[in-house]
Design a protein around this ligand. Structure first.
Ligand SMILES: Nc1nc2c(c(=O)[nH]1)N[C@H]1C(S)=C(S)[C@@H](COP(=O)(O)O)O[C@H]1N2
Ligand SMILES: [Mo]
Length: 263
């Protein structure tokens, strides 16, 4: 048994070493190596596909990320990325304490939903104290409260051809001269149904602050920080990621980050 575990770890670290040719540039920095058309790109993309397949193959789908006692919460959750969106639709909702907010759930489901915050808060909730790891090299332990994404998906009745859940956000990100695009992210159905994957509306015992993604942000505890979309406007269940952005599954992925950011 221990031999099996050892070789599994070894195997993962080999897969990880291949994938880690992707430099861990910060959330704010991009590397020319990752630019479109660079020959390293295809290699990096296939290293990520390998990591993804290996982790999915070798790690049980429902393995939990570590959870911590209250005493480990040393500071507030450090806000990062967008912290104060100024998109008009967002500002209008924020100014009314999000009373007009509706989470739209669409795509490959039988029952499209428009959920208010009260409806989300009235569903069974989960609270977890977990560590958030950002590619910039910092981490934070915080307590998150929200509704399991699996419950929302069950209400919506997911169709059998569903493969991914896409999160559409309110905040737009600058692409320099190319203008701006809305932040978006995506995960597979395994992470979507993972018991610790929650749509969080609470942080450290209070309402989720604007800086951390109010009114709703996702927690995907076995992946890196950039996967955890804040300011969620809509959830779309899909069979392909090709139609969104540049087709790589997320704002940062379209700029070169790994789609599968498993930790
Ligand atoms: N909508 C949106 N979600 C986002 C981001 C963002 O800029 N916009 N930044 C990501 C990154 S890089 C990190 S580390 C976390 C930061 O979450 P926090 O502000 O609660 O620490 O949110 C992620 N989700
Ligand atoms: Mo991050």
């Amino acid at each position: 048994m221990s031999r099996l575990l050892l070789s599994r770890r070894r195997f993962l670290s080999v897969a990880g070493a291949a994938a880690s040719t992707v430099p861990l540039a910060g959330c704010n920095a991009l590397d020319a190596l990752l630019a479109d058309g660079h020959p390293a790109r295809g290699l990096l993309a296939s290293a990520n596909a390998l990591t993804y397949r290996m982790q999915r193959l070798l790690i049980p789908a429902d393995r939990l990320a570590p959870e911590f006692p209250e005493s480990e919460i040393r500071q507030g959750q450090r806000p990062n990325g967008s912290t104060d969106p100024n998109d008009p639709a967002y500002l209008a909702l924020r100014d009314t304490a999000f009373s007009g907010y509706r989470l739209s759930v669409t795509g490959l489901i039988e029952r499209p939903q428009q959920l208010t915050l009260d409806e989300l808060r009235n569903m069974p909730s989960r609270t977890q104290i977990t560590r958030h790891d950002c590619v910039e090299g910092w981490s934070c332990i915080a307590k998150w409260t929200g509704v399991p994404l699996a419950s929302v998906l069950d209400e919506a009745r997911v169709k059998s051809d569903a493969r991914y859940v896409v999160f559409h956000c309110f905040d737009s990100m600058s692409l320099g001269l190319a203008g701006s695009v809305a932040y978006y992210e995506s995960i597979d159905m395994i992470d979507a149904r993972h018991p610790q994957t929650i749509l969080a509306y609470g942080l450290n015992g209070a309402a989720l602050p604007v800086a951390n993604g109010a009114p709703l942000r996702v927690r995907i505890e076995r992946q890196l920080g950039y996967k955890m979309a804040k300011y969620i406007r809509a959830i779309e269940v899909v069979s392909s990621l090709a139609p969104f952005g540049r087709g790589r599954g997320g704002y940062w992925e379209d700029l070169g980050y790994d789609w599968y950011a498993g930790i």
